[in-house]
Design a protein around this ligand. Structure first.
Ligand SMILES: [Zn+2]
Ligand SMILES: [Zn+2]
Length: 703
C-alpha cells in the first residue's frame, strides 16, 4: 500500500471540511471503520484526514484505589480506560493507531489553541507511537478553503510545544486539585455518615462559588431603605414632556411633599439650555467574552450556549476561531476580501459597498491580544446550509460588529434644559444622533433610543401639568447571571476562556446554584462555608489567580511545567493535611448539608389543608410506594396525602399551578419529555387536560 500523510483533526466536522478543502477535486472519499469516520483525499499526494472526538486522552491516577487522598502520582491514558462514559473513544484510538502504521508524514490540524494542540500531541505521542517529534503543524484561524490550502502548503515545521506544555500543565494541575479536594469532601462526608454523595470542588470552582455566596449574603443582609422621588410633567409648546426633579432621591417624605405643594400647578421659566456635542467611537472587535456578553444582553443566550453556537459557525467556515481573547484584527485577514464576499448577501450589500469605497480601512481595536488567533470575525463565506434562528442571530451579530469596527465615529448631541420654578429646578433631557457613523452597520443591536425635545428657547414659560410624590426603596445588589459571573471571573483572572462557562455549568450540575438570576442553594452555601472555615485557601481568589499566571508563563516559555507542578503540589499538601485533621468535623458538617439539601429537594410546598405543615415527597414503609404527605402527619395533626406516579423521578418544581395555585412537581420518566404534574384532585385544569389527552390519544391511534 502506498504511503500517505496522516492529518489529525479535532472533530468529524472539521475533518470533513479540511479534507474537502485539500482534495484536488473537492470530493474526498468518506470511509468508516468501526464507527469512526475518516476521509481520503488526494492532492500532491495521498492524504488521510482523521478526526478525534475532542480529548481522547486524560490524566488518571497512576496506581491505587479511589478511597484515599492525597494522590500525587498520575499519568496520561486513553479516556476510555478512565471514564465509563467514554467507551466509544476506544475505537477512535484504535483507528488512529492502525492508520499511523502506513503513514510517512504526520500533520496536526486541530484547532490552534491549548486544547487543540494537546489533543493532537497526545494522539501523535501515544496512539501513533511517538510521532510528536516529527509531526508538522497546520496553523489556521478559519476553516476556509484558501486558508487551509495555504497552511497545508506552508505548515509549521514542528508542533507548538509551548502551547502543549501549557495545556499539560493546566490539565495536570487541575487534576491534582480536583481529585484531591473532591475526595477530601466526599470521603469525609462518607466516613461520617456512611452514605455516599458526590461533592466536588476544584481550583476555579471553589473561588467562583465564593463570589456567589458573598453576593448572596450581601443580598440577604440588605435592608431596603425608603426614599422618595418626584414624578413630574411639564407642558412645553403644547406638548407634555417628562421632567426630572433636581434631586433624584429625597431622604424624607415631608420634604418630598413640600416640593409637590410648592410646585403643583405652577409655571416656571426655562433658565438655561446646555447643548453638548460628542463623538462616540466605534465598538471594538469581539473576543469570546465580548461576544458572550453581547449575546446574553441582546438574545438572553447563556455564555455556554453562545460558545456552542459560535463553535458551529466556525465549523461551517462562517466565522474565525471563536475561543480567542484577542480584540485585534490584523490586516492579513484581508478586510476588503471579506467585505466583498459578505456583499454578495443582499442584506449587507449597501453597507459593505459603502466601506469598500474608502481608500483605507482601519478597524478600531481593543487592548487584549491572543498569541494564537485574531478577534472573532466573519470569513466572508455565506451559509451553505440553512442556519437555525440562533445561528443566524450570532452570525449576523458578528458580521455587523465586524463592519461597525471600520465605521466612523457617531456624532451625538445631548441637551439639558433647566426649568426654574419657585426656587426648584427641573431638567428636560434630550438625546439625538447627528451623524450615525458606525451605528449604521450595527443598527439592530443599538439599544439607546433618541429622545427628541420640542424646540425650546431660554426664557420660555412652561407650566407643570402634573406632579406627584413616588415612594421607593433602595434595592439590594443584583444577583449574578451566567454572563455577569463569567465577566467577574475574567476580571478576577481565574479560569480561561475555554473553561469558564463549563465551570459555571458544573456549579449548576452539582446543585450548588440554580436559576438564571443565580441563587446559591442551601447546599452551595454550606459547601462554601465549610471550605471557608476548614481550609480557606481552597477558595482563595488570590491563590487561584497566582497559579493561573504561572500557567500563562509556561505558554510564554518563561516558566517550566515541572516547576509549576512542584509548586502546585507544595501548595496542595498543607491544605490536604489541614483537611485531614479536620476530617471528622468537616464530615459532620458536610453530611448535615447533604441531608438538608436532600430534604429541601423533597419539599414540595405548603400544605393547603392545615396551613402549617409542608408537603413533602415520602415513601410508604409498608409498600415502598411514593406519595406526597404533610409533615404534620408525624405529630398527628394532619393526614393530607396525595398519590404520585411510581415510575421515574419526581422533583419539586418550586412553582405553582396556573389553574389552582397549588405547588407543581416535575415527573421524569425514561424516553418521555419531563412533565409538570398538579396533584390537586380538584384542579380546574384537570378536566381540560383530560379532554386534551383523549384527543391526543385519538389522534395517535388514527395515525
Ligand atoms: Zn397538612
Ligand atoms: Zn392545579
Amino acid at each position: 500500500m502506498a504511503k500517505y500523510a496522516l492529518i489529525i483533526t479535532e472533530k468529524p466536522d472539521a475533518a470533513k471540511r479540511i479534507a474537502t478543502a485539500l482534495d484536488s477535486r473537492g470530493k474526498p472519499e468518506k470511509v468508516e471503520d468501526n464507527g469512526v469516520p475518516y476521509f481520503l483525499a488526494s492532492r500532491d499526494r495521498k492524504l488521510v484526514v482523521v478526526p478525534a472526538l475532542g480529548h481522547l486522552y486524560t490524566v488518571i491516577q497512576d496506581r491505587g484505589g479511589r478511597n484515599y487522598y492525597p494522590v500525587f502520582s498520575f499519568k496520561w491514558a486513553p479516556r476510555y480506560k478512565a471514564e465509563r462514559r467514554a467507551k466509544e473513544t476506544q475505537a477512535w484510538v484504535e483507528v488512529f493507531s492502525k492508520l499511523s502504521d502506513d503513514a510517512d508524514d504526520f500533520i496536526a490540524a486541530c484547532d490552534y489553541d491549548i486544547e487543540g494542540s494537546l489533543i493532537g500531541y497526545c494522539l501523535l505521542k501515544y496512539a501513533c507511537n511517538g510521532k510528536e517529534s516529527v509531526a508538522k503543524r497546520m496553523k489556521f484561524s478559519t476553516l476556509t478553503k484558501s486558508e487551509l490550502e495555504k497552511t497545508y502548503e506552508e505548515p509549521l515545521p514542528h508542533l507548538d510545544f509551548a502551547l502543549i506544555e501549557a495545556g499539560r500543565t493546566r490539565h495536570e494541575v487541575d487534576w491534582l486539585y480536583g481529585v484531591n479536594l473532591s475526595r477530601a469532601l466526599t470521603l469525609s462526608a462518607r466516613r461520617w455518615s456512611g452514605k455516599y454523595a458526590t461533592l466536588s470542588t476544584g481550583r476555579v470552582q471553589g473561588p467562583t462559588l465564593r463570589f456567589l455566596v458573598k453576593r448572596e449574603r450581601a443580598i440577604g443582609l440588605f435592608v431596603p431603605k425608603p426614599y422618595w422621588s418626584i414624578h413630574a410633567e411639564a407642558e412645553i409648546k403644547g406638548s407634555a414632556c417628562e421632567v426630572e426633579y433636581e434631586r433624584k432621591k429625597i431622604g424624607r417624605k415631608a420634604e418630598a411633599d413640600k416640593v409637590v405643594q410648592d410646585c403643583r400647578g405652577k409655571a416656571g421659566k426655562i433658565e438655561s439650555i446646555e447643548v453638548r456635542k460628542y463623538q462616540q467611537r466605534p465598538p471594538i472587535p469581539f473576543d469570546l467574552g465580548g461576544l458572550q456578553t453581547e449575546a446574553y444582553s441582546l438574545f438572553g443566550y447563556t455564555p455556554r450556549w453562545t460558545a456552542g453556537i459560535a463553535q458551529r459557525l466556525y465549523l461551517a467556515a462562517l466565522i474565525s476561531y471563536p475561543r480567542t481573547s484577542s480584540q485585534k484584527l490584523p490586516p492579513a485577514i484581508n478586510y476588503r476580501g471579506i467585505l466583498e464576499a459578505l456583499g454578495k448577501k443582499p442584506a449587507y450589500r449597501k453597507l459593505t459597498s459603502s466601506l469598500l469605497k474608502r481608500e483605507k480601512l482601519t478597524p478600531r481595536e481593543g487592548k487584549k491580544e491572543d498569541p494564537a488567533h485574531p478577534a472573532v470575525y466573519p470569513t466572508g463565506s455565506l451559509p451553505e446550509r440553512a442556519l437555525s434562528d440562533q445561528e443566524k442571530n450570532i452570525w449576523d451579530l458578528i458580521v455587523r460588529r465586524f463592519m461597525a469596527v471600520f465605521g466612523e465615529p457617531a456624532i451625538k448631541q445631548s441637551m439639558k434644559a433647566t426649568l426654574a420654578l419657585d426656587g426648584h429646578h427641573f431638567y428636560l433631557r434630550g438625546r439625538q444622533v447627528l451623524k450615525a457613523g458606525w451605528m449604521r452597520f450595527y443598527k439592530p443591536y443599538i439599544r439607546t433610543e433618541e429622545v427628541l425635545l420640542p424646540p425650546i428657547e431660554e426664557g420660555e414659560v412652561a407650566k407643570l401639568r402634573q406632579i406627584a410624590r413616588e415612594d421607593k426603596f433602595t434595592s439590594p445588589p443584583p444577583r449574578y447571571n451566567p454572563s455577569s459571573l463569567l465577566k467577574k471571573m475574567e476580571e478576577e483572572g481565574i479560569g480561561t476562556k475555554a473553561t469558564r462557562a463549563d465551570i459555571i455549568q458544573t456549579l449548576y450540575d452539582r446543585n450548588y446554584i440554580r436559576d438564571k438570576r443565580i441563587e446559591v442553594t442551601a447546599l452551595g452555601f454550606d459547601i462554601a462555608e465549610i471550605l471557608h472555615k476548614h481550609c480557606p485557601r481552597v477558595i482563595s481568589v488570590k491563590f487561584t489567580r497566582e497559579l493561573e499566571e504561572k500557567m500563562e508563563q509556561v505558554r510564554a516559555e518563561s516558566e517550566r511545567r515541572e516547576n509549576v507542578l512542584v509548586e502546585a503540589v507544595d501548595r496542595l499538601k498543607p491544605m490536604l493535611e489541614e483537611l485531614k485533621k479536620r476530617e471528622e468535623r468537616m464530615g459532620e458538617a458536610l453530611s448535615n448539608a447533604v441531608k438538608k439539601a436532600r430534604m429541601e429537594e423533597r419539599i414540595v410546598g405548603n400544605c393547603p389543608n392545615c396551613g402549617t405543615g409542608k408537603l413533602i415527597i415520602l415513601y410508604s414503609r409498608k409498600t415502598g410506594k411514593r406519595f406526597i404527605g404533610c409533615t404534620n402527619y408525624f405529630n398527628g395533626l394532619c393526614k393530607t396525602s396525595f398519590p404520585l406516579p411510581q415510575k421515574g423521578t419526581v422533583k419539586s418544581l418550586r412553582s405553582e399551578c396556573a389553574g389552582c395555585g397549588w405547588p407543581l412537581v416535575e415527573v421524569r420518566t425514561k424516553g418521555r419529555r419531563p412533565w409538570r404534574l398538579c396533584f390537586n384532585p380538584d384542579c380546574p385544569r384537570k378536566e381540560e387536560r383530560k379532554k386534551y389527552g383523549e384527543m391526543r390519544d385519538l389522534r395517535e391511534r388514527s395515525n
